[in-house]
Write a protein that binds this ligand. Structure first.
Ligand SMILES: *Cc1c(COP(=O)(O)O)cnc(C)c1O
Length: 394
């Protein structure tokens, strides 16, 4: 790499995928990260959400993203593991952690509490609360976030979150009571499902939170409404977040009563970072007597979520000689680089009929669950992150 290229990267001055393709011609797939796009989205949450915004680190744990958010003043981090605590603390000295994975080993609880100063733990089961109590004892600064779940509203989100975690209402009541009895600070949390498109899904959960708190005889001081906020994909438009924020604020006042609203928190992953990264891949082979192409990344790499939730198809465009390639398109079957037959995109992609090997394909809106879930299967993976002004997004 030349000194000019290093300077360009350091200054964050690649304009977009066209410039990266022209100047770097990356042979390996790379993620393109737009800090301006991330900061714009953060501002939408910070200005519009009627409470505190934290970031669900699991959706994109790359140091660039964490550092960008920390520099912009984000203080609260929803973490799924102690490893994520380490990743955040490497970028910012005094993070406040919400350990909202409802299942943690004793060792993990002890590390979070002792080494990372974590005072917020999620639970959805009495035995988990007992483990936390064994470690934290009578520390009354401990916050217990009781995660509850409602029977699923089919089709309300692209990715159902109701099947693994969350206590049913009557169990959540008992957990709130038990947390309070032990002298901890009880609060409620839920996750409505990733890419929730209907704001009413939040409303139903907020109404349930008010019922649960009332049944437990607790005046709730905090309510965390989770992640789930939608991003825009070509086949799954989230729409303006302001509608969600407004609907949530109104539902809280209606359900808890004016003047008795708990402090609100949200912890978006997808809704905050999805639009901030794209993936620049390269074509390795075009088979001319078929409709098959092979590219250098696939469902074991940055495109895994596309296989899990085909509705979240990323937008895409082809780049040749640093310019967008236009022309009559046809549907291509797109295979990834590994030797596994499962490594194929779930839908055919409309791409120009005259594509060739060494052309680039940029996939957009991959900031959430793109780099986070990519593997090293077959020796591929380990994507570099390159700063750009603009990353392709829907
Ligand atoms: C995954 C997760 C999130 C983020 O969800 P998105 O749908 O990406 O916003 C937030 N909170 C918890 C507890 C999670 O598990």
């Amino acid at each position: 790499m030349t000194a000019t290229v290093r300077k360009l990267e350091k200054a964050g001055r690649f304009a977009d995928a066209r410039a990266v393709a022209r100047i770097l011609q990356p042979e390996e797939p790379v993620f393109l990260f737009s800090a301006p796009q991330l900061l714009a989205r953060l501002k939408t949450f910070q200005k519009g959400f009627p409470g505190t915004t934290s970031f669900a680190v699991k959706s994109n744990p790359s140091p660039d993203v964490i550092a960008c958010l920390a520099k912009a003043g984000l203080k609260h981090w929803d973490v799924a593991s102690v490893h994520e605590m380490e990743a955040v603390r490497a970028q910012t000295p005094k993070p406040v952690f919400h350990y909202h994975n409802p299942v943690k080993s004793r060792r993990e609880i002890a590390d979070a509490y002792g080494r990372y100063g974590c005072r917020r733990f999620a639970v959805d089961c009495r035995e988990e609360l007992a483990k936390i109590a064994d470690i934290a004892g009578s520390d009354t600064s401990i916050e217990i976030a009781v995660r509850f779940v409602l029977p699923r509203d089919r089709g309300s989100s692209a990715h159902d979150f109701s099947t693994k975690f969350g206590a049913p209402e009557h169990v959540a009541v008992a957990l709130l009571e038990e947390a309070a009895r032990r002298g901890y600070r009880p609060l409620l949390t839920f996750h409505p499902g990733s890419q929730t498109r209907d704001p009413q899904t939040y409303v139903r959960h907020i109404e349930a939170a008010a019922r649960i708190a009332a049944a437990a005889g607790i005046s709730l001081t905090k309510l965390n409404v989770g992640g789930g906020f939608p991003a825009d994909y070509p086949n799954s438009k989230g729409g303006p977040l302001e509608i969600f924020f407004h609907t949530i604020g109104q539902a809280v006042t209606r359900s808890f009563g004016a003047g008795h609203e708990p402090q609100l928190e949200c912890e978006p992953g997808r809704g905050l970072v999805a639009s901030a990264m794209s993936l620049l891949t390269r074509i390795k082979l075009v088979c001319s007597d078929g409709d098959d192409i092979f590219i250098n990344d696939g469902v074991y790499g940055g495109l895994m979520e596309f296989m899990q939730v085909p509705e979240l198809q990323p937008p895409h465009r082809v780049i040749r000689d640093g310019e967008i390639l236009a022309g009559p398109a046809k549907p291509w079957k797109v295979f990834g680089p590994t030797c596994d037959p499962l490594d194929v995109l779930p839908h055919r992609l409309e791409l120009p009929a005259h594509i060739m090997d060494e052309d680039f394909i940029e996939f957009g809106t991959l900031g959430a669950y793109g780099i986070a879930t990519s593997t090293m299967f077959n020796g591929y993976g380990g994507h570099r992150v390159i700063p750009v002004e603009t990353a392709l997004a829907t």
